[in-house]
Design a protein around this ligand. Structure first.
Ligand SMILES: Cc1cc2nc3c(=O)[nH]c(=O)nc-3n(C[C@H](O)[C@H](O)[C@H](O)COP(=O)(O)O)c2cc1C
Length: 150
């Protein structure tokens, strides 16, 4: 079974909650799927020491931007910068296999913009998005995407 390493950041707990549900789901369907994956989570925060990654990983990032509309202003990243700095460190970006974003659709053009910007900056695919804590359907959809890209 392949291990899928996920680095994530979560300011208010939604991303953490989604990834706990994803991990439980992965454990629950191990015997029922042809391409099972094991999820390995690492939470990054401002306290995390920068380190060299040694294996491929995915990044899950929520969106926190300063005001604006995401088109001509409002694209300054707040709160989640520690994850971007970690990916940027050493050769880590080369091991980034894809980015999954979360946010709130009320932010219109800024919806999940941080994940899209990471994907572009670090030359990795933007794989999926979900709102807030996500739904059961989001968990199943994103599990499938990760297993296909593992
Ligand atoms: C101050 C603030 C700014 C936010 N800005 C955006 C935004 O620009 N785009 C977006 O899609 N979601 C935005 N959100 C929604 C968060 O990305 C969303 O609540 C996410 O689930 C938070 O994840 P976390 O609980 O893991 O930190 C914002 C939320 C807050 C509180």
């Amino acid at each position: 079974m392949k291990t899928v390493r996920i680095l994530f950041i979560s300011i208010e707990g939604n991303t953490r909650s989604f990834l706990k549900n994803l991990t439980k789901y992965a454990e629950s369907i191990t015997d029922q799927t042809s391409n099972p994956i094991k999820i390995e989570l690492t939470e990054i925060s401002e306290q995390t020491d920068l380190a060299n990654e040694s294996a491929p990983f995915f990044a899950f990032v929520p969106t926190y931007l300063d005001g604006g509309n995401g088109i001509d202003n409002g694209v300054t990243e707040l709160m989640t910068n520690a994850l971007g700095e970690y990916i940027e460190y050493g050769n880590n970006a080369r091991l980034l296999k894809g980015v999954v974003g979360s946010g709130n659709r009320n932010f219109n053009e800024q919806y999940c913009l941080t994940a899209k910007r990471y994907a572009s900056k670090f030359n990795a695919p933007f794989l999926a998005d979900y709102e807030l804590r996500g739904t059961g359907a989001d968990v199943e959809r994103i599990y499938k995407i990760l297993s296909e890209n593992a």
